[in-house]
Design a protein around this ligand. Sequence first.
Ligand code: PGA
Ligand code: ZN
Length: 439
Amino acid sequence: MLAIMKLKAREVLDSRGRPTVEVEVFSSSGEIGRAIVPSGASTGRHEALELRDPDSSWYGGLGVRRAVANVMDEIAPAVVGLDLEDQTALDAKLIALDGTPNKGRLGANAILGVSLAAAHAAANARGEELYVHLNRLWRQRLDPGESAEIMLPLPMVNMISGGLHAGANLDFQDFLIMPVGAPSYSKALEMTTAIYRAVGAVLREKDAEASLVGDEGGYGPKLSTNAQAVDIILEAILACGLEPGIDVAIALDVAASHLYNPETQTYALTAVGNDTLDSAGMVSMLEHWSKNYPIVSIEDGLAEDDWKGWEALTASLGSKVQLIGDDLFATQTARLQQGISGGVGNAILIKVNQVGTLSETLDAILLARRNGYRTIVSARSGETEDSTIADLAVATGAGQIKIGSVARSERLAKYNRLLRIEDALGPNAKFAGRGALAH
Ligand code: PGA
Ligand code: ZN
């Protein structure tokens, strides 16, 4: 049996220069697996808890030294000696050891670091690529006859950033493209970088501060309306000789939880105008956008607890547009099940640190898959060189991935990992393409 021999945790920095947890798991055969935990800015209320050190002056209270200490002092003694390849048992042990519903005692950052690093260590000890090992864990969960095919995901790529990621220059958080006409992952990436450069050129023509980029590498221009961001992206797509809607489609992440006031039950769109909308107003606005633009996907079109609004949005647009729950589902199977039962949304964003273990992440993907919900594996706005999510998307055949823009190395670490996987698979590399958007 391959066993966990030792854990080592430390504080390192993410792409915003904020502390985050890095964990190394040492296997009994001498191999080491390492993982670094990502961190969000537009975090939802229902996410597992990221433990920081608000009482300390270290990094202004953003330190993660308690989480690091929890790995060394509490988790290590409990998991050393466990079977490294039994991820389910390890994750169950971590959950039980924490003992809270939101992993608030030990910290989801401490727990996730151990969970992911163990998977890396197991893959390394077996001499396998991570996606091969993750695919084995994925297969173990499937019933006979369910497809366990590995597949390169269709990327959903940020072009223009707003909201909390770019100083509230625009109300919506992400204006993205999906290269739906690309025949392969590498071609999708090549098309995407051409459009990204073209968006920069269009912004410079309009004198709209194209040099500023948001947390995920998307441009953070000053524009006069939210819709102008889509117009600019469409102009860039055409400038590349590509056809909007056929070669390249548009996606939005409204991140509406951050526009919502639960007391008045209204949404404040005040970055470029001065609109206050109720749920029905938001739904009509999104219907209007979907009519006017080749939009194939809308994420968090309404707030995380606006279930009634979400029902109306899904009834109106759910048969035509992918409606992703990010803050709404928070990668939690209980919340996803509530959505499935209530006819809410038709897709789920998968963020490993929203739930805190690899096993629970796989459970969320599986529940979605079995109920016809599409899955989009996603990075956070605070990222690092860790590229685990690229392997996770491939291993589970998730179909789609959202990493941010094609700029900044914490984003490219994942895009490049996918290029390496595509290269390793050679002619066997299967690409999800436009099919990833189908039910
Ligand atoms: P976050 O943003 O990592 O800041 O939460 C990403 C997203 O909303 O998809
Ligand atoms: Zn989101």
